[in-house]
Design a protein around this ligand. Structure first.
Ligand code: ADP
Ligand code: ZN
Length: 197
C-alpha cells in the first residue's frame, strides 16, 4: 500500500504513521524527520534548511523533491510506504506523480484551535529526535526519553509564532492538495480531533 498522510501540523500524522508502518512493516518516510536528523547532524542539507524550518516556512520544492526522489529509489519501498509530510505543495504532488503512483491519501481533519492545543504539548528528545506529547503520548518518566534517556525539549518551530506561521502556510500551500486528490478519487478523510483522556 502506497499512502500519503496529509494534514496540518499537529494533526497526529506522525504518531499514526509510526504505528501503521510498524504494523505493516513498511517504511515511514517523514520529510520533517529527515530534515531534523540532518539539522542534528549538521550536514550541508541541515545547515541549509535550519533557519527556514525554525521560522515555520517550507523548504523549497527543489530541495524537498530531490530528497524524496532519492529516498524512493532505495530498495525497501517495494511493499509500500507511508509518506508523512510530503507532498506539501501542488508542484511537489505533480513531481511525485512523475516518480510513482500512490494508492490512497489519508486526510487528517482538525481545526486550528485543536492544532494549537496539540502542538503546545509536543516535546522532542534533544538527543535522538523521538517525539512525545505531554497528554497524548507521555514518556514513562517526565521529560526523559524512553528510548535513550535524553532530555525532552520544545521544538523551535513549535513556539507560538512559528505554529501560527505553519498553519497559515498549511492553509495556503498545502490545503489545495485536498481538492487535488479528491479529483483523483484518492482521498479518505479521518477525524483527527484529539481524544480527551
Ligand atoms: P509538522 O509537525 O508540521 O507536521 P513536519 O515534521 O512534517 O512538521 O515538518 C517540519 C518542517 O519541515 C516544516 O515546517 C517545513 O519547514 C519542513 N518540511 C517538511 N516537509 C516538507 C515538505 N514536503 N516541503 C517543504 N518543507 C517541508
Ligand atoms: Zn531519545
Amino acid at each position: 500500500m502506497k499512502l500519503i498522510f496529509l494534514g496540518p501540523p499537529g494533526a497526529g500524522k506522525g504518531t499514526l504513521a509510526t504505528l501503521v508502518a510498524a504494523e505493516y512493516k513498511i517504511p515511514h518516510i517523514s520529510t520533517g524527520d529527515i530534515f531534523r536528523t540532518a539539522i542534528r547532524n549538521k550536514t550541508p542539507l541541515g545547515l541549509k534548511v535550519q533557519s527556514i524550518i525554525d521560522s515555520g516556512q517550507l523548504v523549497s520544492d527543489d530541495i524537498t523533491i530531490e530528497l524524496v526522489q532519492n529516498r524512493l529509489m532505495e530498495d525497501d519501498i517495494g511493499g509500500g510506504f507511508i509518506l508523512d509530510g510530503f507532498p506539501r505543495t501542488i508542484p511537489q504532488a505533480e513531481a511525485l506523480e512523475r516518480i510513482i503512483d500512490i494508492d490512497r491519501v489519508i486526510n487528517f481533519d482538525i481545526s486550528d484551535e485543536d492544532v494549537i492545543a496539540r502542538l503546545s504539548g509536543r516535546r522532542m528528545c534533544k538527543n535522538c529526535g523521538q517525539n512525545y506529547h505531554m497528554v497524548f503520548s507521555k514518556p514513562a518518566v517526565e521529560n526523559v526519553c524512553d528510548k535513550c534517556g535524553g532530555e525532552l525539549i520544545i521544538r523551535e518551530d513549535d513556539k507560538i509564532d512559528s505554529i501560527k506561521k505553519r498553519l497559515e502556510v498549511y492553509r495556503k500551500q498545502t490545503a489545495p492538495l485536498i481538492d487535488h486528490y479528491k479529483k483523483q478519487d484518492k482521498l479518505t478523510d479521518i477525524d483527527a480531533r484529539p481524544q480527551a483522556e
